[in-house]
Design a protein around this ligand. Structure first.
Ligand code: NAD
Length: 342
């Protein structure tokens, strides 16, 4: 029987890409723990769900008893923790689910994990790792002239979402320091790719552009995000698990900073060049005329930027997928999913 890895939030956008990658490129048995919120994309695991090395448990990470039983039953060699509420706008509307899943949920997961870890033999302890997937947003708004945030930069979260992620990072750091849990924290920039819930910028704009609907852009659209293709991200996560040092954190950046407006323009320019049905062969100027500036998000950060030298030099990971290439794959996936999409 192969060794087991737990993935929390494995039915989400990034978690499902991670599970596909782990099944395709390793021999691990994968246990996916996900409560299946509105954001889950079970269709992204249609093939994986038939795999003999895949198990799924529909569970809230706050269900301490059930998670504790899973640790005892499967005896994993590692945990990738991705389960979280992840949309900033929703956190502004109602922060409670973010506090519950991102902070209290991480606390409960850490507690069952540390109890399990305490009972391991010395050699199993040495092999075990807990990888906590966090975000660039914990570092907060960076002025244009400021250098990109390196690991160890001070935390300045702006939204309820980023504050809840920052709090969960602190819990992970405390459990590592106090209880010796071999934890690693990763901070990534904005992900994009297939199977992302269409409330996030890129799938939202693509879906609307394909239906010739208005393309909403917050404020002046000059907010800068660094875009990371999801397959690059999950490769980084596996490499961090394999080669990262417990107690350390690693930034994972796509090295492709763009304003939101530039992202919208890229989508409008790319759609006409793709091999889509004749009915969808819109002109780029026709699509750009749909761009509509709407009232800005409260507390909207202008710029995030991560320095990813550490993961490049210490782990040997570099992003592979250029933005136009990843965007073309994403547009095609959104188009193919439009008939079935939620
Ligand atoms: P997502 O919203 O697509 O998926 C989250 C998954 O977690 C869903 O399947 C949901 O059902 C599950 N979940 C939520 N609360 C849960 C709970 N209490 N118990 C069990 N499962 C629960 O999110 P994503 O974009 O895949 O992000 C995954 C992780 O990466 C999150 O921790 C997020 O903060 C982080 N992250 C995402 C991005 C990005 O651009 N998407 C960037 C930086 C960091």
């Amino acid at each position: 029987m192969s060794e087991v890895l737990f993935v929390t939030g494995g039915s989400g956008f990034i978690g499902s890409a991670l599970i596909r990658h782990l099944l395709n490129s390793t021999d691990y048995q994968i246990v996916n723990i996900d409560k299946l919120t509105y954001a889950a994309a079970p269709e992204a695991l249609a093939v994986a769900s038939k795999h003999s090395r895949y198990r799924f448990y529909q569970l809230d990470i706050n269900d301490l008893d059930a998670i504790t039983k899973l640790f005892a039953a499967y005896r994993p060699v590692g945990v990738f923790h991705l389960a979280a509420e992840s949309h900033v706008d929703r956190s502004i509307q109602s922060a409670s689910p973010f506090i519950q899943s991102n902070i209290v949920g991480t606390f409960n997961l850490l507690e069952s994990c540390r109890n399990y870890f305490a009972g391991l033999t010395a050699s199993c302890k040495k092999a075990f790792k807990f990888v906590h997937v966090s975000t660039d947003e914990v570092y907060g708004d960076l002025p244009i002239s400021a250098p990109a945030a390196a690991e160890g930069a001070p935390y300045h979260p702006s939204s309820p979402y980023s504050a809840s992620k920052a709090a969960s990072d602190h819990l992970v750091q405390a459990w590592a320091r106090t209880y010796g849990l071999p934890a690693i924290i990763t901070h990534c920039t904005n992900n994009y790719g297939p199977h992302q819930y269409p409330e996030k910028l890129i799938p939202l704009l693509v879906q609307r552009a394909l239906k010739l609907e208005p393309l909403p852009i917050y404020g002046d659209g000059l907010q800068i995000r660094d875009w990371l293709y999801v397959d690059d991200h999950v490769q980084a996560l596996l490499q961090v698990f394999q080669r990262g040092k417990p107690g350390e954190s690693y930034n994972i950046a796509g090295d492709q900073p763009l304003t939101n407006l530039a992202v919208a323009h890229a989508i409008c320019n790319l759609i006409p060049t793709l091999n889509l049905p004749t009915a969808l062969r819109y002109r780029s100027d026709q699509l750009k005329s749909l761009i509509t500036h709407v009232a800005d998000r409260p507390g909207h950060d202008r710029r995030y930027a991560l320095n990813n030298n550490k993961i490049k030099t210490e782990i040997g990971w570099v992003p592979q997928v250029r933005f136009e290439e990843g965007l073309a794959r994403t547009i095609t996936a959104v188009y193919e999913g439009l008939t079935t999409i939620r």
